[in-house]
Structures are given as structure tokens and as C-alpha cells.
Design a protein around this ligand. Structure first.
Ligand SMILES: [Cu+2]
Length: 163
């Protein structure tokens, strides 16, 4: 009987995880003192090798934090990038040290500025879908984020990517 209950509990947990993944609301998400707002990724045409991810991270706490890395089973890898004007051109670079999220402040990942670069989508991102990724923060820890897929034309980036 105990064994059976154990199995049923395990099944319920497994089911719960599946339901959670399928139904994660694409609204604000919270981890510790951090709020993740409006996470979204750009849709990809079939065969596209890369796309951008965006969100706002708000730190409501008293300690500085840092977005260290992002991973997702939906893509081969995710990098944190910065885009900025240099010598009259838009240039992009990878940020390996992570993105600081200062106490009481927010950091915006948006077209034309900081962004996530998602390489190698395992299948095309279609508008309206949700792409789940895990962000790791230095102090707040890991948080699963549901990025809503928006159309190709959504807030187009100024300039163009080097990749
Ligand atoms: Cu980039």
C-alpha cells in the first residue's frame, strides 16, 4: 500500500510538472526579490538558426544581484548579449560576466540593447507559443521563465546582427 501510494505520488508529481510546463502563464514571474516581466522571444522562420529573447528584471530587494546565465531545452544554447552604437554602427557582443541587476533597480532586455541570443532552435518558434527557459541569478537562484513567442515584426531591432 505504501508502495502504491508512493507510485501514485510520483505519477501526480510527474503530471504536475507536465501541466506546469504546458500552462506556465507568460506574465510576471517572481524569484526571491526579483520580478521577471514581459518575457518574450521573436518567432523564427523555418530553418532560422538564431533569434532574440527579451524581458525586464526588476530587483525589489536590498541586495544587488546578477543574471548569470540562461539555458533552455528548446535551443542548443543561450547567450547574454549587448547591442550598442560604436563608430556609427550597431555592434553586438557577448556578455560573459553576466548582467548586474542592482538593488531597487531594473534591467531591460529589449531590441537594440541587452538581449538573450537563442542559438539553434530545435523547432521553429511560432507566434503564440511559449518557450520555457531557466535563468540563473547569482543570489536569487534559478527561475523557470515562460517566454511568449511574438511575431517576426514585433519591435524590430535597429541595425542588424552579426550572426
Ligand atoms: Cu545578439
Amino acid at each position: 500500500m505504501i508502495r502504491l501510494q508512493g507510485r501514485m505520488a510520483a505519477a501526480a508529481v510527474a503530471l504536475g510538472v507536465v501541466l506546469f510546463s504546458a500552462c506556465v502563464p507568460a506574465g510576471a514571474q517572481r524569484v526571491g526579490d526579483l520580478r521577471i516581466e514581459d518575457p518574450w522571444v521573436r518567432a523564427t522562420p523555418p530553418g532560422a538558426g538564431v533569434t532574440g529573447g527579451f524581458m525586464t528584471v526588476r530587483n525589489t530587494g536590498a541586495k544587488d544581484d546578477r543574471l548569470v546565465s540562461v539555458t533552455s531545452a528548446a535551443v542548443a544554447r543561450v547567450e547574454i548579449h549587448e547591442m550598442r552604437h560604436e563608430d556609427g554602427m550597431m555592434r553586438m557582443r557577448r556578455i560573459d560576466a553576466g548582467l548586474p541587476v542592482k538593488a531597487g533597480a531594473k534591467i531591460e532586455l529589449a531590441p537594440g540593447g541587452y538581449h538573450l541570443m537563442l542559438f539553434g532552435p530545435k523547432q521553429p518558434f511560432v507566434e503564440g507559443d511559449v518557450v520555457v527557459a531557466t535563468a540563473r541569478f547569482e543570489k536569487a537562484g534559478n527561475v523557470e521563465i515562460a517566454f511568449r513567442v511574438r511575431g517576426l515584426g514585433a519591435k524590430r531591432e535597429a541595425g542588424h546582427h552579426g550572426h
